[in-house]
Design a protein around this ligand. Structure first.
Ligand code: ZN
Length: 147
C-alpha cells in the first residue's frame, strides 16, 4: 500500500465514522461554520480547561473532505493549548496551500489532507473546521463563512 492509498483510507474512515461527533452540553465556547461553495456546515463546541481544549465535539453536514477534516482536527486538538493549536493550524494551512510543504511528524494523521491541495476548490472544505475552531476559541459565538 503506498502513501496515497493510506491517506485515502484515513479520509474515507473519518468520513464514515467521524470522531467526537455531536454537541457538548453547556459548552464553554462554540461556533458555527459555513462553506457556501460546497454546502458544508459545521458546529464546533468546546469545553476549556484554562488555555487547553479539554473536550470537543463536531457536528454538521458536508462533503467527505469537510467531515473527515473536522474529525481529524477534533482528535488532533483535544488536550492541546492555544499555542499548540496555532502551530498545528499553521502547518495544516501550509499543507493545504503549498505544493512544496512536507508534513511534519507533529501533524500525524492530519497529513492525510495533503492531497487536497491538488484540488483548490476543496481547500475550503478542509479548512472550514479550523476557521470554525478559531472562531470558537476567540469566543465569537457567531457564524463564520468561508465567503
Ligand atoms: Zn465540501
Amino acid at each position: 500500500m503506498d502513501l496515497k492509498d493510506l491517506y485515502r483510507d484515513v479520509i474515507l474512515d473519518h468520513n464514515k465514522r467521524p470522531r467526537n461527533f455531536g454537541q457538548l452540553e453547556h459548552p464553554d465556547a462554540f461556533a458555527n461554520g459555513n462553506n457556501p461553495l460546497c454546502g458544508d456546515r459545521l458546529l464546533v463546541t468546546l469545553r476549556m480547561s484554562g488555555d487547553r481544549i479539554e473536550d470537543i465535539r463536531i457536528e454538521g453536514k458536508g462533503c467527505a473532505i469537510s467531515t473527515a477534516s473536522a474529525s481529524l482536527m477534533s482528535e488532533a486538538v483535544k488536550g492541546k493549548d492555544r499555542a499548540a493549536i496555532r502551530r498545528l493550524f499553521d502547518q495544516v494551512h501550509d499543507l493545504l496551500t503549498r505544493q512544496d510543504a512536507t508534513p511534519s511528524a507533529e501533524l500525524g494523521k492530519l497529513a492525510a489532507l495533503g492531497g487536497v491541495r491538488d484540488y483548490p476548490a476543496r481547500v475550503k472544505c478542509a479548512s472550514l473546521c479550523w476557521h470554525t475552531l478559531n472562531a470558537a476559541l476567540a469566543h465569537e459565538a457567531a457564524a463564520v463563512s468561508t465567503e
